[in-house]
Design a protein around this ligand. Structure first.
Ligand SMILES: *Cc1c(COP(=O)(O)O)cnc(C)c1O
Length: 376
């Protein structure tokens, strides 16, 4: 019997994950009892210490979004109007918008073939004295090993920051993504692995940088000596993060087990394989499971088949393309054939803990059928 290829509306595959209650209300009650709900609430240092401990870094600074985390980090690194910031062409809008917020110019660089890491040759070719920072991007929670590009940038004195907004718990070169370079920026928006509704944080081992980010995001602590913005995270949101953080380990285990179940369904020699992610020191957090095809000519039909099964890839669902396809980034367009290829030949699948065994089995079956080339 040929399995049904069209999505069964009675069993929709929900790509949204809602963590089950873990005492957030108790923590919020404590914040209410302490009588301070602002970003100056006593829960903030508790949350920041818990984040630093979880990721094994010296400092964490909580802020009100991942976008704020990126913007504040760029500012703290000295990025000003007229400066340039390197960003991989695979970047989605929220990675690159903070560069414009600084009044700086994005310099879009291609990725290495089949990888999310910046192509070191492209980095070398586009390096100018105006480049003040570079952003490494472990997109979809897949490691982006930017070691070769970082070596070139280090020689030029250019700091690398990580946009780890989708990469809580991703392992890259044996460390957590977001702890491999000068600073790591995270989001805790509802769609991310650690959610506080809206929110974010920056991780760094550099005390001086952490202090500058803290100052900038807290209105310069109202000393009147330095300019700042109000990017503070409100107390009740920090309370939610504090309670949810310990559950991240379990969530990662479940996402990895779910991903491996889908990967086990892929036939050897079929049309679909997992996006490459280095050696055993590298492990995605499975924000999404990302499959790719080496049969590029089949990619449009695979995309359509996934979409018909209710599993639309990002290219269909969000119009995901290299950054310069977005109108506001078109002026910075440059030839990025590897990023073009990656965007057109990858398929993102949900593997979050809310997926029931039945749903997972159903998705595994779709994946197997499409990998075998049974395309409609
Ligand atoms: C979510 C996200 C951001 C922005 O985070 P917000 O908290 O929504 O501001 C930035 N970069 C990436 C890759 C993201 O996924």
């Amino acid at each position: 019997m040929t399995p049904e290829l069209t999505h069964d509306a009675a069993r929709p595959v929900n790509d949204r994950y809602t963590p089950s209650p873990c005492g957030e209300l108790d923590e919020i009650a404590e914040v209410l009892a302490e009588g301070r709900l602002s970003g100056g609430a006593p829960v903030l240092p508790r949350y920041e210490q818990a984040l630093a401990d979880w990721f094994g870094v010296k400092r964490a600074v909580a802020v009100n979004s991942g976008s704020s985390a990126l913007h504040a980090t760029l500012v703290a690194l000295g990025v000003r109007a007229g400066d340039q910031v390197l960003v991989p062409a695979t970047a989605p809008l929220p990675t690159a918008m903070p560069i414009l917020t600084c009044g700086a110019t994005p310099v879009i660089v291609d990725t290495a073939p089949g990888s999310l890491a910046m192509d070191p040759d492209a980095v070398a070719a586009r390096l100018t004295p105006r480049v003040r920072a570079a952003i490494s991007l472990p997109l979809w929670g897949y490691p982006a090993d930017d070691t070769p590009a970082a070596a070139i940038l280090a020689a030029a004195g250019v700091p690398v920051i990580e946009d780890a907004c989708q990469a809580h718990g991703t392992r890259s070169r044996g460390r957590y993504a977001g702890t491999n370079h000068r600073a790591g920026c995270f989001s805790t928006h509802d769609r991310k692995l650690l959610s506080t509704g809206e929110g974010g944080f920056v991780l760094t081992d550099d005390d001086n940088l952490a202090d500058r980010i803290d100052h900038y995001t807290h209105l310069g602590h109202l000393t009147g000596r330095t300019h700042g913005v109000n990017y503070k995270l409100a107390g009740p949101l920090a309370a939610i993060g504090l309670r949810r953080l310990p559950g991240l380990h379990g969530q990662l285990r479940t996402r990895r087990a779910n991903a491996h179940q889908l990967l086990a369904a892929l036939p050897v020699g079929g049309h679909l394989t997992e996006l490459g992610h280095g050696d055993a020191q590298d492990e995605p957090n499975y924000y999404n499971l990302v499959l790719t095809t080496s049969a590029a000519h089949l990619a449009p039909r695979l995309s359509e088949a996934f979409a018909r099964a209710g599993l639309a890839p990002d290219s269909t669902r969000y119009g995901y393309r290299p950054l310069y396809h977005q109108q506001i980034f078109a002026p910075y367009a440059t030839a990025c054939p590897h990023a073009e290829h990656l965007a057109a030949t990858t398929f993102q699948l949900p593997v979050h803990p809310d997926m029931s065994p039945t749903t997972l089995g159903w998705v595994a079956d779709r994946v197997r059928v499409l990998a075998e080339g049974q395309l409609p």
